[in-house]
Write a protein that binds this ligand. Sequence first.
Ligand SMILES: Nc1nc2c(ncn2[C@@H]2O[C@H](COP(=O)(O)OP(=O)(O)O)[C@@H](O)[C@H]2O)c(=O)[nH]1
Ligand SMILES: [Mg+2]
Length: 300
Amino acid sequence: MNQIAEAVLAGDIRTLARAASWIEQRRPEAETLLREIFVRTGRGLLIGVTGPPGAGKSTLCDQLVGVLRREGKTVAVIAVDPSSPFSGGAILGDRIRMQRHHADPGVFIRSMATRGWMGGLAAATLETALLLDAAGFDVILIETVGAGQDEVDVARLAGVTLVVLAPGMGDDVQAIKAGMMEIADVLVLNKADLAGADQLEQQLRTTLAIGASKELPAIVRTVAEEGTGVAETLAAARAAARTADDPARVAHLWSLRLRDMLRERLMDRYPAEVFLAAAEEVAARRTDPYTVLNGWLNEH
Ligand SMILES: Nc1nc2c(ncn2[C@@H]2O[C@H](COP(=O)(O)OP(=O)(O)O)[C@@H](O)[C@H]2O)c(=O)[nH]1
Ligand SMILES: [Mg+2]
């Protein structure tokens, strides 16, 4: 095994930061490394945390880190920001909030920004999570910033997904639209201190009962700001993880992950210029989409 892989498995922070950059930049070294360390993954608990902006995801993550550290567990936090040029402030706020953990060697925090062109964020986030899993972190929290499809895609690859909602934000409608209900293993009803919490819970239960095709997610009430309900949230995530450990579910999860990784691999073959040039040809009806696709697929 090469030195870098050994340093990753030993949890060397500087090596982890370097390897995470390789993943983001889609450098070939990342793949070599991940292939080598893959057998050491599958031990950490990967928890995706998604939900609308302002619901309290960062506050909750910060509190979860606190609870886990008191248990003696090590924690990695991946903050995913698919629209970084516009929400730099959000990430900055999260950084400040997380600062109290910065001096703690048992906590590793990494921000991921979009690579800008046509997705790929979910696959890169998963790879970063696998890296940190191999490095021995007990829990890997993946917090997404927004509430769009990108965030849902990221959170769903984690295996256990918390969807955080809060009263008074029109969350119900927004979250259902974004497909969040389907991916939730645990629904965290945060800001339970505010008026409207009962009403939101009622709405959620009604919505869930209507669309019930799978097991209903646990609902946990929290006041993240005060740390109330955080231990219960963690317990619910762990219970969901035990269910998710079923071999059929793990295989299903990997089918989603592989699909994402395959899409990413294919897209990597065609740089933006090639892609755009082809799009222009098709748009002008100088060729058809199938000729273009078959040409690409037969190239390799
Ligand atoms: N009243 C109340 N406010 C909260 C609670 N949790 C978080 N907040 C506040 O809600 C705002 C958004 O929280 P943040 O964690 O940044 O949300 P995020 O965008 O989902 O990460 C912040 O001002 C928090 O202090 C809570 O349980 N009750
Ligand atoms: Mg946040």
